[in-house]
Design a protein around this ligand. Sequence first.
Ligand code: MN
Length: 228
Amino acid sequence: MANYVIEPPEIVSLPIQGSDAAFPVRRVYCIGRNYAAHAIEMGHDPDREPPFFFQKNPNNLDTSGDFPYPPHSSDVHHEAEMFVALKTGGTNIAVEDALDHVYGYGLSLDMTRRDLQGEMKKMGRPWEIGKAFERSAPCGPIHPVSAVGHPSEGHLKLTVNGETRQEGDLNQMIWKVPEMISYLSAYFELAPGDVIQSGTPAGVGPVVKGDVMVMSVDGLGSLTVNVT
Ligand code: MN
């Protein structure tokens, strides 16, 4: 082992549904505006422009079931998103081969400091301060492809305190999972352990301390997250 001058950072991992094994995470990519109704609610044209991506940090993923309200924001939004976990990677992956690289799927939230993201957008600056903050990606376990296949449709829903806020279907994605993987692999070298948040349907909105968010997708169970 290398003679590290400090203790090496912990490897972030996600639990596997129905197993005590774990999935080690390398990178987290997130696609923007991937459901037409959400693009429209954010003031954008839902036409099929090239996709765009940003990143969160692996250690922003959090499976504790709690989301501590972050500092320096008074407008923190939920974005309910299916995530995709890769078991293999590569570059220039063809759309028709892309699903062969998927280990499994799960439920996640792309929590967003919308006010800070908005300021950054206005100034043409990067979004990390709005997106890649501590514990900004609450998530559930990975459901392996061996158990759930490759879900390309299924009702996606998020409630806050029992009230429905977000609803959509996986089949409404503008860029489908194989297309996302293929596109990303043209710009980045994908590798085992990479995770992709696949975008959110319409209905994003603010949460406050004490709220309980429950996300579900047909076939992938549900995820409950308390805003603390
Ligand atoms: Mn998002």
